[in-house]
Design a protein around this ligand. Sequence first.
Ligand code: RB5
Length: 151
Amino acid sequence: MRVAVACDHGGFPLKAMVLEIIRQGGDTALDLGTNSAEAVDYPDFAEKVGHALQNGTADRGILICGSGVGACIAANKMKGILAGVCHDTYSAHQAVEHDNINVLCLGARIIGPELAREIVIAYLGAVFSNEERHIKRLAKVKKLEDELRKS
Ligand code: RB5
């Protein structure tokens, strides 16, 4: 699996470890920045991960900002992106199995590196359940996305 990873300055302290976890698990990590603790704007980095998913250069994404929230909001504005903040392992796998998230958002000011490690492993190891009830609900989410694009 190819995993696009990006962060802002708030998420920068966790990025190297996230890249390492992905690679240790045998997946390909694409580092889309930022590359220092200098202040940047999280929507610019959410956009990079969103585009990597939209253009097929990545299969999943991980965004890291201070809280995870800003990056999640920005990513969810992009067509086809289903992003979720998950700061526990249950959410990290259930969000893929039920909600089919393709972007995991983490807050480097909220969780420490060891919890982040377990969350990333849970996220990458999960697959969408393909159960009828979840497919139906996701179709409704998609309808909201399509309607919003018209309004
Ligand atoms: C940056 O200070 C911070 O606002 C950002 O990383 C993020 O937490 C926003 O949700």
